[in-house]
Ligand binder design. Structure first.
Ligand code: HEC
Length: 106
């Protein structure tokens, strides 16, 4: 077999395999980003904050979450912590919001 073709096929198989293991474990892109960006460090695992200084995000409306992140990014809403954090979620506002909204509100 042609070397280039086998490389393309191999890449395809690896991508399919990783997509598959993603969906099998039910891990969404939003969940991955919420964890990777460290949002959970303040807002709690899956947004279930138990510290009153940090708002609970689990079960909140997705559109509202996206809107708040945009307000923090533009500075329209002021919070030193969130004005620093929100820009990191750029491009992932919607998937993170959908992930949190999919949780049962506490
Ligand atoms: C260092 C702690 C910290 C981290 C990390 C953090 N937040 Fe926040 N977040 C806060 C605080 C504090 C508030 C409340 C701000 C205020 O109202 O003054 C807040 C508020 C919010 C709100 C609005 C909630 C409400 O009830 O008004 C959203 C949405 C939010 N954060 C999303 C996120 C996302 C998404 C991430 C990850 C990219 C994140 N936060 C990371 C501390 C944090």
């Amino acid at each position: 077999m042609n070397k280039k073709l086998s490389l393309v096929l191999l890449t395809g198989i690896v991508v399919l395999f990783s997509l598959n293991s993603f969906s099998e474990e039910g891990v969404s892109e939003g969940e991955v980003m919420f964890e990777a960006l460290g949002c959970w460090g303040c807002h709690g695992q899956a947004g279930y904050s138990t510290d009153e200084r940090y708002p609970v995000l689990a079960g909140r409306n997705a559109d509202w979450i996206v809107q708040q992140l945009e307000y923090f990014q533009s500075g329209e809403r002021v919070s030193p912590m969130m004005n620093a954090m929100a820009p990191m979620a750029e491009g992932f506002e919607r998937v993170i919001a959908e992930y949190l909204a999919s949780k049962e509100s506490p």
